[in-house]
Design a protein around this ligand. Structure first.
Ligand SMILES: [Zn+2]
Length: 250
């Protein structure tokens, strides 16, 4: 494993990397919550307006380090351009989970199922922070341990759809998910594209993507890389999708 990835579950190290990105790029970095002793941060560029921005988040599930590494890797690569892009970034929403390689937080909650209520403190504050904004795109970075390739969820709304282009960008680094059913939903060519089913989410709890789709974004994507594959390939695939998403949004 390349040296730089040996610390993929080291939250202090991750935050140190983001601090140096903030310093070099001019992005504003703020602690907005504390969860099980860990500070939670967001970053924002000076060019971000109430509309037209790009939202990226990672690490709401702590056992998906390809996502947190992908976002920080992309930001390091583009450090000189970041402040000119209209960005709102959440580098790691579940630090305790990252450190403990756990999907849930310290209290066993799946933070990606609680967006309909205000029980989890970091999520509650995140909702207040993004309250004034309506983003062009909101992209949630994830990984799937059942994944056999890279895939994504695109909530059906604006055409033309972007899912194919985003997946194409990642093909160089990972195979595209061959499964035709993912989590009980139909998939084709690595894409799960559908309208939201409010009833389903009332039952299982609202994920971040559904909340963003309903209140804060024109286009919403959930990116999934296969967490049993080599970390280096997963990170490259995540970076490629972020790049493509930025390119298409501007
Ligand atoms: Zn996840």
């Amino acid at each position: 494993m390349p040296q730089k990835f040996q610390r993929a579950h080291d939250y202090k190290h991750l935050i140190a990397r983001w601090r140096s990105i903030a310093r070099e790029s001019g992005l504003v970095m703020r602690e907005f919550s504390k969860e099980s002793g860990y500070p939670v941060f967001f970053l924002k560029s000076k060019t971000l307006q109430e509309t037209g921005g790009l939202y990226f988040s990672a690490g709401i599930h702590g056992d998906e380090p390809g996502a947190t590494e992908g976002l920080v890797g992309w930001a390091e690569k583009r450090v000189n351009q970041l402040n000119r892009l209209p960005l709102m970034l959440f580098p790691c929403l579940n630090p305790w989970g990252l450190v403990n390689n756990s999907r849930t937080d310290a209290r066993g909650r799946d933070l990606n199922r609680v967006f309909q209520h205000d029980e989890a403190c970091a999520i509650h504050t995140l909702k207040q922070i993004i309250n004034p904004y309506y983003f062009n795109t909101a992209t949630m970075l994830h990984e799937d341990y059942d994944g056999q390739g890279v895939y994504l969820y695109e909530i059906q709304r604006l055409e033309p759809y972007w899912g194919e282009a985003l997946l194409n960008a990642a093909r160089r680094f990972l195979p595209v998910e061959p499964r035709i059913r993912i989590d009980g939903r139909k998939a084709a060519g690595g894409l799960v594209r559908r309208k939201i089913n409010a009833k389903r989410f009332q039952k299982i709890g609202y994920p971040e993507a559904i909340y963003l789709h309903l209140h804060h974004a024109h286009r919403t994507f959930t990116v999934e890389t296969p967490s049993e594959f080599a970390l280096d390939s997963r990170v490259r695939a995540q970076v490629a999708i972020i790049e493509e998403c930025v390119k298409k949004s501007l």
